[in-house]
Design a protein around this ligand. Structure first.
Ligand code: ARG
Length: 282
């Protein structure tokens, strides 16, 4: 199991002040102190598993900056930044840009709507791209031309699962032949054709149901062995354990009120120092 590098942003200014996804209700109270404690526990959990967590500084007036995964897609020394769909989040992109530029990544600005790892997931050979609610298809083309890996475009159709990372998770991206990458997904979040594409590419995937997805059970962070996921997603934890993974539940009740969970809060910095010498098979 290789140690991973992640980027997270503390929820110091987190609140649900607007509603840009079906989970957000500005009338529902958020316990800011609890949000902070839960976030810290998540950060510590990743560190205890042997991974490195980098921090992006929180900014007043940007409550969703805590969902750091939406700010970029970082692979092989290149970081494609973000261009947010909703005006409330537009200013977050500059914060991410500054972080990548200061930390030795070659920054590329997106030319269409791009919400980072919210809609772009690395499998170890392919990039899975979501579109339909946030990230635009044109971004998938830019990602292919920027990184040189095929992007599989998948259409999301259920507004509750507006980002790819709420409907699909990469469990294992080691791709050390002959072991293929493994994913988990909820087929109902995708158009029928996109679900068929996933079925063809990943016949051994873990299939999650609506209850798993609605508990944010797919919004997880896996290091290939340990899978950190929302404690409410007990069914998903059971499926993961049955498949040989070690589920590591964390409480994230407050950040869920913003429409996100573990994965949304954690961006993975994949291979800062360039591509691996042997391109892994998809
Ligand atoms: N309130 C944020 C939004 O609607 C939540 C983002 C969740 N992040 C994620 N990776 N799904 O944009």
């Amino acid at each position: 199991m290789k140690p991973r590098s992640y980027l997270m942003c503390p929820p110091d200014h987190f609140q649900v002040a607007y509603a840009i996804n079906p989970w957000m209700d500005p009338d529902l109270p958020v316990d800011a102190e609890l949000a902070g404690k839960q976030w810290l526990r998540l950060r510590e959990t990743l560190a205890e598993l042997g991974h490195t967590v980098h921090e992006l500084a929180p900014v007043p007036g940007l409550p969703d900056l805590v969902y750091a995964a939406n700010g970029g897609f970082a692979l092989d020394g290149i970081a494609l930044g973000a261009r947010f769909r909703h005006p409330q989040r537009v200013a977050e992109a500059a914060e991410h840009r500054r972080w990548y530029e200061q930390h030795g990544w070659r920054y590329v600005a997106p030319t269409a709507v791009a919400e980072g790892e919210g809609d772009l997931l690395w499998t170890g050979g392919l990039i899975l791209g979501g579109y339909g609610f946030r990230t635009q298809l044109a971004t998938h083309q830019q990602v292919q031309e920027t990184f040189g890996y095929p992007v599989i475009s998948l259409r999301l159709v259920d507004p509750r699962f507006y980002h790819l990372d709420t409907a699909l998770a990469v469990l294992s991206d080691t791709a050390a032949a002959p072991v293929p990458p493994q994913i988990a997904y909820f087929p109902g979040a995708f158009s029928p054709a996109s679900a068929r594409i996933l079925g063809r590419l990943f016949p051994d995937a873990l299939i999650a149901d609506e209850t798993d997805a609605a508990a944010f059970g797919l919004n997880l962070v896996s290091d290939g062995r340990h899978v950190v996921l929302n404690a409410e997603a007990t069914g998903m934890a059971g499926r993961l354990a049955a498949a040989g993974y070690t589920p590591v539940p964390v409480e994230l009740s407050e950040l869920k009120k913003g429409g996100g969970s573990v994965k949304c809060c954690v961006l993975e910095l994949h291979r800062k120092n360039g591509a691996s010498p042997v391109a892994p098979a998809p």
